[in-house]
Design a protein around this ligand. Structure first.
Ligand code: SF4
Length: 453
């Protein structure tokens, strides 16, 4: 550790919340070994890039990020990990300036690799040869516990990794391996750790969270119950859950629980049963609608965000029309729209009907317009109401931001004294100037000052 004193590391994360949680854990381990995070303008001794490979664009962004970090931190030890590194280790290894390519199985040991490299590295410049360690997908077994900490008001706790579903358009199971998870006892321990550090909100993350329990013989609903009982954590959100795994018990539990927020994120992917079948999804539109209806009946104010892939192979004009009409009918709050991206090695490439790029764009625009209307009317339903808001650090001078229990973004004008990381009752007003939040004013009584109690 002494040898590393004064050394600095730069981190760059692409992709999902899981990756952010994992990078944060890598940062904590290096910090424990004496390597602090680089400050703005400083040259790092180590660069860690945690990549994503969900689309062709994501791959491209990863390559750009690697080039940028190599350029900005001359002489640094450059480590690339994550899904792009797992799926394309040779491509990554050929990028000038990359020293370590570590796959998914090695992610939990990055600090060890870095420390070993630094020990062998001559002073000032990393000139050691490339080391690439990436195992086959079938050999990815380890569950690496991760929890992002300190860098946000909200903490991201990884509870599950990998996926046993094989949706025809998706490469994630190849990059992340089979479904596996941490034990309930270990995750509760991590949640207690967050509470001890003053955290109030945890987002539970994973690749296919509803599949939790496969490797420990436990049940997702029991995990939720155990987390709900952790003192000091006032809010949990489930980052995303497959509709077929969002059981009625889980919905009922969230409606009655102490700390699980009325907030759901559910991938629909397409509102046409024919396309869902081509995608090898595990549900049809009837099941999806049933889940939304159940959430709405128990939690009428819940925010429901829904992922949709537009223009996938097999989505003919007629099937898109059916899909859009389904999306217009179900009472959700927002659609997250993704344009279908061809991924090498996926089964979707065998589906003959291909949607032209311009047509994909036109379809995306239609769903985005629908989503904007839905989000506007969802927000406006709550104008005038008082809701609890977790106050976050502000990026704008003269105001703070936060989210209500049901995930409405709020902007609160304030002086110097407004504390962050506290939950306050806030009356919601009209839209802010940039139309991305409602203006709010803090109500004086009944506050829950997390830090002050
Ligand atoms: S559920 Fe389907 S889309 Fe999601 S990670 Fe698994 S294979 Fe990919």
């Amino acid at each position: 550790m002494e040898n590393n004193k004064g050394k600095k590391a730069a981190y760059f994360t692409l992709g999902c919340k899981l990756n952010f949680a994992e990078t944060s854990s890598i940062g904590q381990e290096l910090k424990a070994a004496g390597i602090r995070t680089v400050r703005q303008g400083e040259i790092a001794d180590v660069c860690v890039i945690n990549t994503c490979s969900v689309t062709e664009v994501a791959d491209q962004k990863c390559r750009q990020a690697i080039h940028r970090l190599v350029r900005n931190h001359p002489g640094a030890l450059v480590v690339v990990t994550g899904c792009y590194a797992q799926l394309n280790p040779e491509q990554v290894g050929h990028i000038d300036g990359v020293h370590l390519v570590l796959g998914t199985e090695q992610k939990g040991h990055i600090a060890e690799y870095v420390l070993d490299y630094l020990e062998r590295m001559p002073e000032e410049r990393c000139v050691l040869p490339l080391l690439s360690e990436v195992v086959r997908t079938a050999d990815i077994r380890t569950f690496v516990p991760s929890c992002s900490c300190g860098d946000r008001t909200r903490y991201f706790l990884k509870v599950q990794d990998g996926c046993d579903y094989y949706c025809t358009y998706c490469t994630i199971p190849k990059a992340r391996g089979r479904s596996r998870n941490g034990s309930i006892a270990s995750l509760v321990e991590q949640a207690r750790g967050v509470a001890a550090r003053g955290g109030h909100e945890i987002v539970i993350t994973g690749v296919n969270i509803g599949d939790f329990g496969k490797s420990t013989g436990e049940r997702f609903i029991d995990l939720l119950g155990a987390l709900d009982a952790v003192e000091g954590i006032d809010r949990y959100r489930i980052s995303s859950i497959e509709p077929d795994l969002l059981t009625d018990d889980v919905i009922t539990f969230c409606a009655r629980s102490r700390a699980f927020m009325p907030h759901f994120h559910i991938p629909l992917q397409c509102g046409s049963d024919e396309v869902l079948r081509l995608m090898h999804r595990h549900y049809d539109t009837a099941l999806f609608e049933e889940k939304i209806t159940r959430i709405r009946s128990l939690m009428p104010d819940a925010f429901i965000g829904v992922d949709v892939i537009v223009g996938s192979r097999g989505e003919t004009e007629e099937l898109f029309r059916q899909s859009l009409s389904f999306m217009q009918r179900i009472p959700v709050s927002q659609y997250h729209v993704f344009s279908y991206s061809e991924r090498p090695g996926t089964m979707a490439l065998k589906i003959p009907h291909v949607v032209r790029t311009e047509e994909k764009h036109a379809r995306s625009q239609k769903v985005i317009a629908l989503s904007e209307r839905l989000l506007t009317s969802f927000y406006e339903r709550f104008v005038g109401q008082v809701r609890p808001v977790l106050i976050e650090h502000s990026r704008k001078a003269g105001c703070v931001h936060g989210f209500t229990d049901n995930y409405i973004r709020v902007e609160i004008p304030c002086g110097q004294t407004m504390p962050d990381n506290v939950i306050l009752p806030v009356r919601l007003g009209n839209w802010n100037a940039t139309h991305d939040a409602l203006m709010g004013t803090v109500e004086q009584c009944g506050c829950k000052h997390g830090d002050d109690e």
